[in-house]
Design a protein around this ligand. Sequence first.
Ligand code: AMP
Length: 553
Amino acid sequence: MSYYYWFMVVFLWLCPPREGNSPDQTMVITYGQMLVQVCRCANVLKKLGVKKGDRVAIYLPMIPELVYTMLACARIGAVHAIVFAGFSSESLCERIVDTQSYNTPCTHTHTHTHTHTHTHTKRPALLRVNIWVSVCAAQTSWDTGCDVWWDEAMRDVLEECDPEWMDAEDPLFILYTSGSTGKPKGVLHTVAGYLLYTSLTFKCVFDHRHDDVYWCTADIGWITGHSYITYGPLANGATSVLFGGVPVHPHVGRYWELIEKYKVTKFYTAPTALRLLMKYGHEPVEKYDLSSLRILGTVGEPINPEAWHWYYEVVGRSRCPVVDTFWQTETVKGCLWSHVHTFPFFGVEPAILNEHGEELEGEAEGYLVFKRPWPGIMRTVYNNHERFENVYFKKFPGFYVTGDGCRRDKDGYYWITGRIDDMLNVSGHLMSTAEVEAALMGHLSVAEAAVVSRPHKVKGECLYCFVSLKDHLEFTPSLEGELKRLVREKIGPIATPDFIQNAPALPKTRSGKIMRRILRKIARSESDLGDLSTLADPKVVEVLLSQRSQALG
Ligand code: AMP
């Protein structure tokens, strides 16, 4: 096994993608061409020694090679573990170690679509092979022992590769999601159930028709991208747009321009993107002809009424239904969906329980659980079946516990009210407070940290961190900057805290448990802090309140 220090900077020249970050990076890929690429890539993997059942970690941005590589794994029965390209090298390393993809002849494919230097690797990642896609400005050295050019590797193999026969319950992929204990969970999905469910939900939820042009703006590094960019649309033979850019480059009308250009009929995005684009008003949307649109989708986090109205009225011109889809990495997706509020997909039986695990009928609010499994539900936490049972089935035996709060209205529609565990949803990305706290405590000056969420106009929620420093140390702007950088480096840019407050002490119960409920209220600038009588030292709260304005700037 080799340990490598690496980073690389890649820009796609030789293989211009679908619609890249820059509008001149455009290509059309037919199903026939894709099959050839997938087979070639499968043969490359085989040549490297990858076999059925091996885990292959993939770390790529939104380029066609990502789709080819994941499907190549599926073709030869290898289990892909895609790591979101926005994660830091430490996060990548942790996931590679957990999948044990380094024990097998493992392929790791890495590109980055920026041309600047970036220094995200501090610790070694465990890799066997880096397949470089193409480089225009690499700031890293080539290691002949493990680096391979994508184009060369693909040229030297046959363009046909028989698919491996699989059992319905064989694993298809592992995808990591945050766990409330901090360590990410490797959610494992299987071949037949996953494919059946993604293709069926894609067809039904989006009312797929053969002349549709479908576009989902998610990243393939998350479950939405796995299910509704790759597997669901491709299994239905859909024509879809793969977009590797950002919504505001080179201008804030990029999404609307692409909808006009490709005559997109189904558009699927996240509330956070809508809130970002809403800031620029109607004008950038109204410049484009969006008359091709038939259905608008939203996913990843609760959609607030302002964003919903803007989406429906300004983007959909009040004629396209908005489909809100609730999902989890664990449940694949489409488990609750509807054109206005949320309703269960067939085969999915939700229930709302109270704190004592009693099922509530009619109009009610409580814990969202599912009563029965369905084909697309996860099978286990990779390498830790006990954790699977503990996290999802222990709190309310006999039910799958989502970790979300939920309200059912008098018409039977479900409204997700947000996480009820120690998880945060920042721009649709789920992360655990424990993960961020652990990163902050990795700084030599920090004695203790507690992280909570604060509402954010664009991201939905953002990170508000309380840190207690070790004795006699002073909280300075430069330390604050260092702490933000540390979290970025350890987890990735999506986890960068918005606010860090100096906390000489944290509010704790007499048994020493941090009372996050109070911290959450302080972070949210709420005036009623609730019952403080169980605190060991209520004065701590006064100090935190008096210092809040500094943190908020
Ligand atoms: P993940 O496992 O990272 O895919 O995140 C799943 C979590 O995102 C869910 O448990 C919810 O908290 C949240 N979520 C996803 N979709 C929606 C939605 N349409 N409405 C409200 N919350 C959502």
